[in-house]
Write a protein that binds this ligand. Sequence first.
Ligand code: UT7
Length: 335
Amino acid sequence: MYNSKIIGLGKYLPDNIVSNADLEKIMDTTDAWIQERTGIRERRHIVKGSDDTTFTMGVKASKIAIERSGITSKEIDLILFATLSPDYYFPGSGVLVQDALDIPDCPAMDIRMQCSGFIYAVATADQFIKTGMYKNVLVIGSEYHSGGLEMNTRGRNISVIFGDGAGAIVMTRSENKNKGILHSQLHSEGKYAEELSLIGPNTRRWVPEILGENDPDDVSYFPHMNGQFVFKNAVIRFSEVIYAGLKKTGWQPSDIDMLIPHQANLRISQFVQKKFGLRDDQVFNNIQVYGNTTAASIPIALTEAWEEGKIKEDSKVILAAFGSGFTWGSISIKW
Ligand code: UT7
């Protein structure tokens, strides 16, 4: 059995900044409400007509991660693409990355686990590397939310939160059992599937415009969130998986160099920080400027923390996520 480690990181955010003041002009919301309830000041949205899509943002982040990894794209053995906003209903976006990076015959798999998608993808890559089946795995989280949000007062509880962007990492085989990915933990609870979901289109109901059933009251084609219920579950599940990571690694909360929570809501991160008694410099947050980018939030934050020198050789890092499914999980890394 081998171990796996991260050797390259990259991120890509579209240029277009959408501030809370911009949203005040198109829906009944305020900068004060958004900042107080979520911590978000601004987010990035792809501009209509731009070349950016879910997979192209993933490719841009991947090229940076590969460049920094010291290997070439031809050496990638597997692509894992975490997203809830794939370019097509099918096939997944991973195959589009395979084509864009021109890695002949490289297997590509989409991971559809929403906010926990990147955690699931890293855990999956880790297992393929540990068994020796693949040596180098490209793991991407990318989301194009803005094209599918209801940008009006009816959709405001969701549309002010989500932003677009992508992050990517390159993972490789390591002989050192004491470093790299030390522990991963994954969970789901499908009975709450509809508490945070986008129900249509599905195999029983395709897009109403195509069917000629354009009903202005039909919101099933927009994301739905039972915000308070999701919030309550999030703080419990985040805490459980972080605790599991600490128990498995034998670390104390004071040993953590960087906790990177999925950027769901600044209040959730602050709750978790307080629960484990962590200092500000032990927790990374950037939801203030990017909003919630779902599967992309952890790889974007991880890349930024690394770029800012907050993660270095021997750093003890925990990644944790909770979201739609419900799904949740954590990854513990000795860098
Ligand atoms: O990433 C996946 C995991 N996601 C999460 O973990 C998110 C969890 N949930 C949350 O972050 C929060 O529940 C929200 C940010 C979504 C909402 O915050 P909240 O404090 O739970 O507010 P609420 O939904 O209870 O709504 C309070 C009030 C309501 O008005 P009334 O009924 O009290 O008159 C809403 O209609 O705020 C209203 N409201 C807004 N007002 C201004 C909802 N959205 C907005 C808005 N601007 N954008």
